[in-house]
Ligand binder design. Structure first.
Ligand SMILES: O=P(O)(O)OC[C@H]1O[C@H](O)[C@H](O)[C@@H](O)[C@@H]1O
Length: 526
């Protein structure tokens, strides 16, 4: 059994802190820089590579990181996780999202069933249902086919599936596999539901109610909102709605749905894109085969994450470099910058995935930790971000490490050559330029035009964004975040920090307030 220790008690962490710092601007210049870009690259699944040449590391730092990985027993901890240990100590749960896409270790039995079999069975049930919807075996009351799928959910029951849908929508159109257009309702702001309902033809819409707990206020409110709209349109809501939830939730027992598909307590909401939570909407939108390819890509990346050799494990390496940046170099945030329009909501998903997982101040045993944990994560697709917040990234007083993602080829394939280059080449030229500009800077006698450089970044480079490569990309970040949680000795799989606000909001709605909360309630006319 692995032992769980705080980062600052590890000898190798102390040793890492003492390793000479890399001067990035120098290291990335001239011949040395060119060599680094060739050398500091690790293959990932589905044609990706993780290039960390522009990170503040050299062989010495990497050796210290390898030693840290060993002392922190990262590989052993992952092995325990996928073999069914209770890694989510806060909630006393197993952590099994990898099982939704493959079998990395031993069979895991919980609640009296083989859990891999359970997830596969849910996928098979979803596939069968989706096929029936597509071929007209399941229709609306008038016997007409459903044309749109609308997911109702929030947090993990929205962000991942939405980001994945948007990532593949154009790919699916191009490959003639967009079976149904998907829309999403998440916010309790009535304008969200109303706008989506106004935009869809409700008579031909199938709603997917997604809530792991079955108790989330926003989602249940939006369910009622939608049911009301269906009723008003003279439709039977129960013939237009399916549910994705855990078998123990109140929704599981309801007859209000055409069908119900299940995940369970061992799949964290933010890690649920590869479970029924993503499976229902993505299989309905693109067909079950496309969803299966997405799972295949994720499983291939998971396999790499199980590698004990850090230099052959891109997720572990990315995690270690991130911890070095956070805990030794003292950088407070990380920007995720995909140079791909299809990944427009990917940063939003990573905000939850990373910050809800590792935004913790106590360790797995509930004791306060004395070092920084999860960084602030934000991002936008390039090149849009360049014309927005890159000023601060280049010349601001904080150094923010960057995670670029780029593809050699566009997804749709429609492009135009203007002044000697295609738009795809312009996009890629920008990401290459940014990496070097951030790392090397440029001196200028005019201080206002001076770039210090020394601003670290990595890039994940792929051929193109497909269901498989998207799965690999998602698993990369999920597993990176998991390894960072191991290093910080926090439980990455609970989220107690979201509770207090919910409790207070309920009190406001019940008019049980005093003090500041009462005044705010009055100001907001509640
Ligand atoms: O899927 P649900 O149970 O409705 O939960 C939806 C979301 O709300 C919670 O407040 C958590 O912060 C999220 O981790 C979760 O994904």
């Amino acid at each position: 059994m692995a032992t769980w220790k705080n980062l600052d008690t590890l000898e190798t962490f102390k040793a890492l802190s003492e390793v000479k710092r890399v001067k990035l601007a120098e290291a990335m210049s001239g011949v040395e820089g060119a060599e680094r870009v060739k050398k500091y690259s690790v293959p990932m699944a589905e044609g990706f590579s993780y290039n960390f040449a522009a990170k503040q590391v050299d062989d010495e730092v990497l050796n210290a990181l390898k030693a840290l990985a060993e002392e922190a027993q990262l590989a052993e901890k992952f092995e325990e996780l996928y073999n069914g240990a209770v890694i989510n100590t806060g909630e006393n749960r197993l952590v099994l999202h990898q099982l939704t896409r493959g079998q990395l270790g031993n069979a895991v039995e919980a609640d009296g069933v083989d859990k891999r079999e359970f997830y596969v069975k849910q996928q098979a049930r979803i596939a069968e249902f989706a096929n029936k919807v597509h071929n007209g075996g399941i229709t609306n009351a008038a016997g007409e086919k459903f044309t749109t799928v609308v997911q109702i959910g929030i947090g993990g029951s929205d962000l991942g599936p939405r980001a994945m849908y948007l990532a593949l929508e154009n790919w699916a159109k191009k490959n003639n596999t967009l079976k149904m257009k998907a829309q999403f309702i998440s916010n309790v702001d009535p304008d969200d539901a109303a706008a989506v309902l106004n935009a869809v033809d409700v008579a031909h819409a199938l709603f997917v109610l997604v809530s792991k707990s079955g108790t989330t206020l926003e989602t249940l409110t939006n369910e009622s909102f939608v049911k009301e709209a269906l009723k008003k349109a003279g439709l039977d809501a129960s013939k237009h709605m399916i549910a994705v939830t855990s078998e123990t939730s109140p929704l599981a027992k309801s007859d209000d749905y055409l069908a119900a598909f299940f995940m369970d307590d061992y799949i964290g909401g933010r890690f649920s894109s590869t479970s029924a939570v993503g499976g229902a909407v993505l299989s309905l939108a693109f067909g079950p085969d496309v969803f299966a390819q997405f799972l295949e890509g994720a499983a291939a990346e998971d396999k790499l994450s199980a590698n004990k050799n850090v230099m052959e494990n891109p997720e572990m390496l990315d995690a270690l470099i991130g911890v070095y940046e956070r805990n030794v170099l003292g950088y407070p945030g990380t920007a995720v910058l995909p140079y791909s329009q299809a990944l427009s909501r990917f940063p939003a998903h990573l905000q939850q995935l990373d910050m809800e997982s590792n935004g913790k101040s106590v360790n797995r045993f509930g004791e306060p930790v004395d070092y920084p944990t999860g960084p602030v994560i934000f991002g936008e697709p390039g090149t849009n971000g360049q014309h927005s917040f890159y000023q601060l990234l280049h010349q601001g007083t904080d150094i923010v490490p960057l995670q670029f993602v780029g593809f050699r080829n566009s997804q749709i394939g429609t492009d135009i050559e203007i002044q000697g280059s295609t738009s795809q080449q312009k996009l890629c030229a920008n990401v290459a330029a940014q990496i070097v500009a951030f790392a090397c800077g440029k001196s200028d006698d005019n201080r206002n035009k001076n770039f210090e450089g020394g601003r670290p970044s990595s890039i994940i480079i792929g051929d193109s964004l497909t269901p498989k490569s998207l799965g690999a990309l998602l698993a990369h970040f999920e597993n990176k975040i998991m390894f960072q949680g191991f290093l910080w000795n926090v439980n990455s799989f609970d989220q107690e920090g979201v509770q207090l606000g919910k409790v207070l909001a309920k009190r406001v709605l019940a008019h049980e307030t005093d003090g500041a909360l009462k005044v705010y309630s009055d100001l907001l006319n509640i």
